[in-house]
Design a protein around this ligand. Structure first.
Ligand code: BGC
Length: 361
């Protein structure tokens, strides 16, 4: 059985490590020489996105959706310690941990985070790092901020000030992601303001930690066109999510009402060409902005035929890797699952679609 004690001991060991603080106030550098393609560069080199800042251990990741639900377990999965070892052994190096922190706070202006819920986050982070996984901690489903950016930005900043203070001494394996999938009114200047406030709150506590930021329109590839990175920070990674075509990936999604029935198949030559064109545009955006691009979510609902899920998943994963993007599959064990915790088995051939025959060394 999972013991909170072992997690707590690991966490305090983790927190005991010296914080490695450095000044964030430096200008975004010009591309390192290695990224400036020589005249005779091969097309493959020219296609690559810039590398992530040193210390970013995320290449192959899976989303661990559980704490984004109102209560862990309510949406079908609660994190189990054995799964972290299973994820690592399969060949993933990281998990993304969405948390619905906006629902865990006390009143303004402190917006104090609930300690019991935070201890659970502490334990999962400690267990994951002990299993040699990097962890991306992501503020997820913060509904108010998409409707009312001005009204909710102070709350986002208060949440991040507390998280950054809490994990100030955690190893580099812990990475922060300010906000999942900005949408609706959270775009343009409002989004710039929210990301800058979240980043400033983090940097007031921790000048070194890598921070992931995503653009508007649900952090879609399309949204990249108007995405402006927060200025003057060398420790940023950009993220975008890919669920295209939506009519294929979200077939019969139970969390939509009514669950849509599109009957869309995927895999025709024009589907593959469109996918590659989308990835080319996203990679070009990353190069223009001199930032690493992390594909933070992609996946297909588990009601779609297994061979179709596998084909799309493999194609997307390969498209990302060919362009040097790190990636994170959506998700481990909820509606778009790659592992079935009830059957205790991988779903179809999704493990090899994501990882080939890799296993942890
Ligand atoms: C949401 C999930 C959803 C997934 C696919 C995620 O960002 O948090 O609830 O299943 O996207 O739409």
């Amino acid at each position: 059985m999972r013991t909170r004690l072992s997690s707590a001991i690991l966490l305090s060991a983790m927190l005991g490590l010296p914080a490695c603080l450095s000044s964030p106030q430096q200008a975004r550098p010009s591309p390192p020489a290695a990224l400036t393609p020589p005249a005779a560069a091969s097309p493959a080199q020219a296609d690559l996105v810039p590398p992530a800042p040193p210390g970013f251990g995320v290449r192959r990741c899976v989303n661990l959706a559980a704490l984004e639900a109102p209560n862990e377990g309510e949406w079908g999965y609660a994190v189990r310690q054995a799964d972290l070892a299973r994820i690592r052994e399969a060949g993933f190096d990281s998990v993304r941990l969405p948390i619905k922190a906006s629902a865990w706070t006390g009143p303004a202006p402190a917006f104090r985070l609930d300690e019991k819920r935070m201890r659970r986050v502490d334990a999962i982070i400690a267990d994951a790092i002990a299993a040699r996984l990097s962890v991306i901690l992501d503020v997820h489903h913060f509904e108010e901020i998409h409707r009312d950016p001005n009204g909710a930005t102070a709350k986002l900043a208060a949440i991040w000030r507390q998280l950054a203070e809490r994990y100030r001494k955690a190893p580099d394996a812990l990475v922060f992601e300010i906000l999942n999938e900005p949408h609706d009114r959270l775009a343009g200047d409002a989004l710039d303001g929210a990301l800058e406030a979240g980043l400033a709150a983090i940097r007031s506590q921790d000048g070194h930690r890598i921070v992931i930021v995503g653009g508007s329109d649900w952090s879609s590839f399309k949204g990249l066109a108007e995405f402006r990175l927060p200025p003057d920070d060398l420790r940023l990674v950009a993220t975008a999510h890919f669920y295209t075509p939506f009519e294929f990936t979200h077939e019969n999604a139970s969390f939509m009402s009514p669950s849509p029935r599109f009957g869309r198949r995927w895999g025709a030559p024009e589907d593959r060409a469109a996918l590659n064109a989308d990835f080319d545009r996203a990679a070009a955006w990353a190069r223009e902005n001199n930032v690493h691009l992390f594909l933070g979510e992609f996946g297909v609902n588990d009601r779609v035929a297994p061979d179709q899920r596998e084909d799309w998943t493999r194609t997307v994963r390969e498209a990302a890797e060919r362009r040097g993007m790190s990636w994170c599959a959506w998700d481990w064990a909820t509606t778009f699952k790659i592992y079935d915790p009830k059957e205790e088995q991988w779903v179809g051939a999704l493990r090899s679609a994501l990882l080939g025959d890799r296993s942890a060394s």
